[in-house]
Write a protein that binds this ligand. Structure first.
Ligand code: PLP
Length: 289
């Protein structure tokens, strides 16, 4: 099979020919940021929102945007053109390659820009109905989790611990509060109210999170952005985890026990239908959803 084309610093070239210098600060320090953007039937999902977050992540690490939104759009459209099926675009910007290894941020480096599109398989309706199993773990990450930094070692270790313990995701607890997952945002439902922790340095401002809140508002479902204590998590009526690739997954097992009746709840079902309808509108050519 031909190696798929990827974008690297102005060129479109086969993945197996893409090379980055070893003195790239992304390689040496994890000095860079990234995005993961789904594309359904050739339509980029919530692209402006992803590019806004990329701009914010870059600003947080003292980098200026290397491309405008319009330039990114054109580049990503070209990357997925002629490719069928659902794709996940991985896009990474690092501070670039220096001539030596030094923590101090050098001036005048050209950033390294990389993007690739790989097939994704969103959860099938059957998988979604099964839900996922989660464990709670101490949040060992840093103090700027709102930045989508490539420095993901803590997330990698947390995710692996969840997998080692037979679960799919870790719900991270910091100072007695449930914050988010290792690769997803957190929602609970209690007495009909949808609750997700407010944005801030403790969590990634998820694009799926925001869409879920928009869909809830449009459907007249009550919601609140409020902190979720560990007890509230355990006593919730429903728990969901959200991300661009996993969409909205209900938690049906928590810490080795069935959660509630072990099945996704009714409000999850309502939100999932709205989410799938939104994707469908995009597939059929809606400007955005
Ligand atoms: C730590 C973390 N939180 C939340 C999310 C969900 O963000 P999004 O909905 O933008 O994919 C992710 C996605 O990768 C993540 O890594």
């Amino acid at each position: 099979m031909n190696s798929p084309l990827v974008y690297l610093n102005g060129d479109f070239l086969p993945l197996d020919q893409a090379r980055v210098p070893v003195l790239d600060r992304g390689f040496l320090f994890g000095d860079g940021v990234y995005e993961v953007i789904p594309a359904y039937a050739g339509h980029l999902f919530r692209l402006d929102q992803h590019l806004d977050r990329l701009r914010d992540s870059l600003a947080a690490i003292r980098m200026s945007p290397p491309l405008s939104h319009a330039q990114w759009r054109e580049l990503l459209q070209r990357l997925i053109q002629g490719r069928s099926g659902d794709l996940g675009i991985y896009l990474q910007v690092t501070r670039g390659a220096d001539s030596k290894r030094d923590h101090e941020i050098p001036q005048g480096l050209s950033p390294t820009l990389f993007a690739m599109a790989t097939p994704i398989t969103p959860p099938s309706p059957e998988q979604a109905e099964l839900g996922i199993s989660c464990i709670t773990l101490d949040d060992i990450r840093w103090a700027h989790c709102n930045v989508k930094a490539v420095t993901l070692l803590a997330n990698v270790l947390l995710k692996q611990q969840a997998i080692d313990e037979g679960s799919q995701e870790a719900i991270l607890i910091r100072d007695g509060q449930a914050i988010e997952g290792s690769t997803s945002n957190l929602f609970i439902v209690k007495d009909g109210l949808i609750i997700t922790p407010p944005k801030g340095p403790q969590l990634l401002p998820g694009i799926t999170r925001d869409l879920v809140l928009e869909l809830a508002a449009e459907a007249g479902l009550p919601y609140a952005e409020a902190s979720i204590g560990f007890d509230e998590l355990q006593n919730a009526d429903e728990i969901w985890m959200t991300s661009s690739t996993k969409e909205v997954m209900a938690v049906t097992r928590l810490n080795g026990q069935p959660f509630g009746n072990g099945q996704p709840g009714p409000i999850w079902r309502q939100i999932t239908q709205l989410y799938q309808a939104c994707k469908e509108r995009l597939r059929l050519g809606a400007e955005t959803c």
